[in-house]
Design a protein around this ligand. Structure first.
Ligand code: M1P
Length: 242
């Protein structure tokens, strides 16, 4: 049986928005024929805000916090935490302070199981503030620069661009890529749907790990939940991905 593995923000839902009823029905139909999993940098509280309970209940599992937590239904089955060095927090504070970006909303460093999420605009940003920060980031490359600084100064760590406004930091090997080894290996191929499959994006290393694990695995880059819907309908209707 093919395993369907979905990133959440930008793939199953718009960033930080609830899943539409249409997508919920489609994913629900997929769970009847495939083992379905979510993998997200977000924590489980955000998964519960965005994904309807009936979809959560029928998913085989949910990897939250970049794969550092595993949930099935509402059961928390495993967690892999990490103490980040104080010097890193000091370095992040300095980067946040040095940014010329005027959009500041609070909650700039979020500690999650095994990872840090860092955002200059802050996790309280409204949809409009997110858009404004994304424009600023596209023009300045700020997040890429923050990620590069962290990687250079702390070689045991990875920093990747998460969704629209933040950078995810994990100890090397403890990002989404760890999920490739956590999925059942005696099942069929894994079809992974992600929106950050480019090098430096937080789906890239998982895509590489899945490719290494089996040539039958497939990575699908989508730009929006609309793309996911089109692909998934093709897979469900024909059994074959376009
Ligand atoms: O799931 C993708 C990302 O979603 C959020 O990103 P942003 O707030 O930048 O849009 C964060 O939860 C991030 O950790 C996560 O990787």
């Amino acid at each position: 049986m093919t395993i369907l593995l979905f990133d959440m923000d930008g793939v199953l839902t718009a960033a930080r928005q609830p899943m539409t009823a249409e997508m919920a029905d489609l994913i629900f139909a997929a769970t009847a024929r495939h083992s379905c999993y979510i993998v997200t940098g977000s924590d489980y509280a955000k998964v519960r805000e965005q994904i309807p309970q009936k979809v959560i209940d029928y998913m085989t599992g949910i990897f939250a916090c970049g794969g550092n937590e595993f949930w099935s239904g509402d059961q928390h089955l495993s967690s892999n935490d990490h103490d980040f060095p104080a010097e890193m927090i000091t370095a992040i504070d300095a980067l946040l302070l040095a940014s010329p970006c005027p959009i500041r909303t609070g909650r700039y460093i979020e500690r999650r199981a095994g990872m840090l999420n860092v955002s200059v605009a802050g996790r309280n940003a409204s949809p409009d503030q997110r858009r404004a920060y994304s424009d600023f980031d596209r023009a300045t490359g700020e997040r890429e620069a923050i990620a590069e600084t962290i990687i250079c100064r702390f070689p045991g760590y990875d920093a990747t661009l998460g969704g629209e406004i933040s950078v995810d930091i994990v100890p090397k090997g403890c990002g989404k890529e760890q999920v490739a080894a956590l999925l059942p290996s005696n099942s069929g191929p894994v079809y992974f749907f992600g929106d950050r499959l480019e090098p430096g994006g937080n789906d890239w290393q998982l895509a590489v790990a899945l490719r290494k694990a089996s040539p039958a695995n497939r990575n699908f880059r989508v730009n929006s939940p609309k793309d996911t819907k089109v692909l998934l309908e093709a897979i469900l209707n024909c059994g074959v991905a376009a």
